[in-house]
Design a protein around this ligand. Structure first.
Ligand code: ZN
Ligand code: ZN
Length: 139
């Protein structure tokens, strides 16, 4: 059995939706793709959950099918971006800002670095992947 799984809890701005997930060692990722930037107004900062997160207030969650294989979910009451998930269930990128603990997670990865606009740049040193590399990883 896996050892030190901790449970992390977060909620949307209005509090109608709470999300919890388990992880041994959460890390932060940023996606610079144009869809994430349109969705969130900037790079999408997320934490990956390998298992299905537990959602309280699921009746308030709406989803937008942003592609054939993935959807983007948000709180229908306050508009908070909640998560991006693959429809096959194998991958959830939860919005890091929902979680108080998120402030202590190390920032490790930036994806779609080739779609990042030139007018900002994180000072953190992270692994970087292009869109093509990400697609290869998931196919
Ligand atoms: Zn809400
Ligand atoms: Zn993206």
């Amino acid at each position: 059995m896996a050892g030190d799984q901790a449970t992390f809890q977060g909620k949307c701005l209005c509090g109608a939706v709470s999300i919890s997930f388990q992880h041994e060692k959460p890390t932060l990722s940023a996606c610079h793709c144009s869809m994430c930037r349109t969705w969130t107004g900037g790079p999408f900062m997320s934490v990956e959950s390998h298992t299905e997160p537990v959602i309280d207030g699921a009746e308030h969650v709406r989803s937008y099918p942003s592609s054939e294989w993935a959807e983007r979910c948000f709180c229908s009451l306050c508009g908070t971006h909640l998560f991006y998930r693959l429809r096959n269930g194998g991958f959830h990128a939860l919005a890091a800002g929902l979680f108080k603990d998120g402030a202590s997670w190390p920032f490790k990865l930036q994806v779609y670095i080739d779609e990042k606009p030139g007018n900002y740049q994180f000072a953190n040193r992270t692994r970087e992947m292009t869109g093509e590399e990400v697609v290869k990883l998931f196919s």
